[in-house]
Design a protein around this ligand. Structure first.
Ligand SMILES: [Zn+2]
Length: 198
């Protein structure tokens, strides 16, 4: 039993009681004794506690948290200071920078998440329609790291194969450029060479 409760006993009964004296405690009427064991609640606190009880039924996902708040209000006897503290905690959480991904240094997701994405890197130029050229990034949907390339989720080995093909393709791009630079007197032959290399 707390000091606060002991201290409130005489006020309730209108007499000076020694709580350690069993006979005197027996003289406290049952209702008054019960009231004395509970910190007096302000009407505001009673109203807020009612609202909290309703909210616990409406939002079971936060019922436990609301239970803690209610407990603090009952302890304090009033709701104002407790609600101020809760508001402050919520604001602190809102303004705190979101936690970085705990799994991958390349992941751009923050806070709680199961699917991981890196930033996408594209070729420095857009095509004529304003679309990204060969965007690439990393992803993990929960089954290991994949390389996002050519609109596919590729294993590292698969991505290496595609990369080799793309590198060879860039050689062909270069061959066409060289043809154009030469004035392209016999492009058909050279283009066929390029195709044969593929
Ligand atoms: Zn992540």
């Amino acid at each position: 039993m707390s000091h606060t409760v002991y201290a409130s006993l005489p006020a309730v009964t209108g007499a000076c009681l020694d709580p350690c004296d069993a006979d005197q405690r027996a003289n406290v009427p049952a209702a008054a004794g019960l009231a004395a064991l509970t910190t007096a609640l302000t009407p505001r606190a009673v109203r807020v506690l009612g609202q909290i009880e309703q909210a616990q039924q409406d939002h079971p996902d936060v019922a436990k948290f609301l239970g803690v708040v209610a407990q603090e209000i009952r302890k304090a006897g009033d709701s104002a200071a407790v609600l101020d503290d809760v508001l402050q905690l919520i604001q602190q959480k809102r303004t705190a920078p979101p936690a970085p991904c705990p799994v991958y240094s390349w992941c751009t997701e923050t806070g709680d998440h199961d699917e991981h994405f890196s930033a996408y890197v594209t070729a420095p130029t857009l095509d004529a329609y304003g679309r990204d050229v060969v965007p690439v990034g990393l992803i993990d949907w929960g089954k290991g790291v994949k390389v996002g390339l050519l609109d596919l989720d590729l294993t590292p080995a698969e991505a290496r194969d595609r990369l080799a093909e793309l590198r060879a393709h860039l050689d062909h791009v270069e061959q066409f450029i060289a043809l154009a630079e030469r004035g392209a007197t016999g492009p058909a032959v050279d283009v066929e060479h390029a195709r044969a290399d593929q």
